[in-house]
Design a protein around this ligand. Structure first.
Ligand code: CU
Length: 489
């Protein structure tokens, strides 16, 4: 049976196994009562502290992806995605997080300039939200743009923790000077559900033979590939294609779409037949040269903001290009007013996603230092899981990566593996300099896809003192070696 057959037949199986994820805490948790843990008292807000702007409750919950397709996961405040946190640039934000599960949790504020002890990362020294306890996170909301928050807990072999759960949500930091004009705003988070381990890698489009492969070794690695994460169910937000309300639009509207890939493992490509995406921001940061494209590629951790001009009346599917992903749920119906026909999917023209077209040709300031980072796969390993090396070693790297405050660093990412990796730098933005030899300028990101056997070069100004985690945003890769800690001298 191939993977597609499984996707067609497998729902009942999946739901049955999914039920096993219900934890005792689900039955025991008080609805909103006082914390049960003895250590809790220390975390109670003091009388003189003001009330939090937001409270997030981490707890087991049920998600109805479609009628008859219901699974259990851990989520924020009983919502998937979690509540939209919307703040102004520069606002002092207080978020109380209540952990109603049996394990410590970390909430990471992805794309924000926050100190290490607030970033929500164990490796940087952020204290956890204790089991059946609570923790207050306080930060200044910056920079402006589409940010998000998510669990940063290691999952390892537990596929019901960290990024495999429903613990993710949008965090919008509205710019002081207001966004571009639009008629409607939508938030679309791409997700997979009920992950499992397999050595059959069918979750990505086959590589284009014309893609440059500057890091391809002369001799191919003949070792058999280890286990990777796959998933039979897909959704946009909490609904499979066709199960939720359609996105209702009117001819002539400009719809601002905030796309987020909240997946633990897969890069996605989406299209909307007969429409173009005017990409205005990458990872929440306005691009110097907005462009209209047919297809958006987005990796775990990335965000893309795009305006779609609704100028092709009908009922269409905005969905994943891969049939298996779209037919297993990754899509949403876009319905124009007064159109009743069946939703249609037609594949878009063949295009290649290329960050560099959104940049300029301005020259870059010379770096103070260049840091080369080489990424390699160790196929198989303990439990048959692929392991990952950064400069020949799995995490940790002692004091290998040290930044001097104010220094300008050029990081060269050499991907010597046959997978694409979304590489994320915490607490900083970097600027793209080159992708597979193609120069660009002015594109600020916090996560960049380095294609299979490809190379990406980025510039980073060391202006956020404190421990800073760097890692692949694919949860399993991060858990099995693909991370490094940057320190300030
Ligand atoms: Cu990776």
């Amino acid at each position: 049976m191939n993977r597609r057959d499984f996707a067609r037949l497998g729902w009942a199986t999946v739901i049955a196994t999914g039920a096993g994820t219900l934890r005792p805490a689900f039955a025991q948790s008080p609805a909103l009562g006082p914390p049960q843990h003895p250590k809790m008292a220390a975390w109670e807000p003091k009388a003189h502290q003001r009330a939090a702007d937001f409270t997030l409750r981490i707890a087991p919950m049920i998600v109805e992806l479609a009628p008859q397709v219901v699974l259990s996961t851990i989520g924020y405040s009983d919502k998937v995605p979690g509540p939209l946190l919307r703040v102004r640039e520069g606002q002092h934000v207080t978020v109380d997080v209540v952990n109603d599960t049996d394990v410590p949790e970390y909430v990471h504020w992805h794309g924000l300039w926050v100190p290490s002890n607030v970033d929500g990362v164990e490796e940087e020294g952020t204290p956890p939200v204790p089991p059946h306890g609570r923790r207050r996170y306080q930060f200044v909301a910056r920079p402006a743009g589409s940010r998000w928050y998510h669990s940063h807990t290691a999952a390892m072999l537990d596929l019901h923790r960290g990024a495999y759960t429903g613990q993710f949500g949008f965090l919008m930091i509205d710019p002081a000077n207001g966004p571009e004009p639009y008629d409607q705003e939508v938030f679309l988070a791409l997700r997979e559900w009920e992950p499992y381990l397999t050595a059959m890698d069918q979750d990505e489009e086959p590589a284009d033979p014309n893609d440059p492969v500057p890091e391809k070794p002369a001799l191919p690695d003949k070792r058999p590939n280890g286990l990777e994460i796959s998933a039979p169910l897909y959704s946009i937000n909490d609904k499979m294609l066709g199960a939720g309300e359609p996105l209702r639009v009117k001819e002539g509207q400009r719809v601002l779409m905030h796309l987020l890939n909240a997946s633990a493992s897969q890069i996605h490509r989406v299209a909307l037949y007969g429409h173009k995406f005017q990409v205005t921001a990458l990872d929440g940061n306005p691009v110097p040269a907005p462009q209209r494209v047919d297809v958006i590629e987005i990796a775990p951790g990335e965000r893309v903001d795009a305006i779609v001009e609704m100028n092709n009346p009908g009922v269409w599917i905005l969905g994943e290009l891969r049939n298996v992903a779209r037919q297993s749920g990754m899509g949403i119906v876009v319905e124009y007013a007064n159109q009743q026909q069946r939703a249609r999917w037609l594949p878009p023209p063949k295009t290649r996603w290329d960050y560099t077209i959104f940049g300029t040709t301005a020259p870059h300031a010379a770096p103070d230092e260049t840091i080369d980072m080489v990424f390699e796969k160790v196929p198989g390993g303990p439990h048959g899981i692929n392991h990952w090396l950064v400069n020949g070693k799995e995490y940790p790297h002692e004091r290998e990566f040290v930044l001097r405050q104010g220094g300008r660093y050029r990081l060269v990412f050499h991907n010597r593996s046959d997978d694409a990796h979304p590489l994320h730098m915490h607490r900083h933005l970097f600027e793209l300099v080159e992708l597979n030899g193609k120069p660009t300028s002015g594109i600020k990101k916090d996560t960049v896809i380095v294609p299979a056997f490809g190379r990406a070069t980025v510039d980073l100004v060391a202006d956020q003192p404190g421990l800073t985690l760097f890692h692949c945003h694919i949860q399993q890769h991060m858990d099995f070696g693909f991370k490094a800690l940057f320190r300030y001298a």
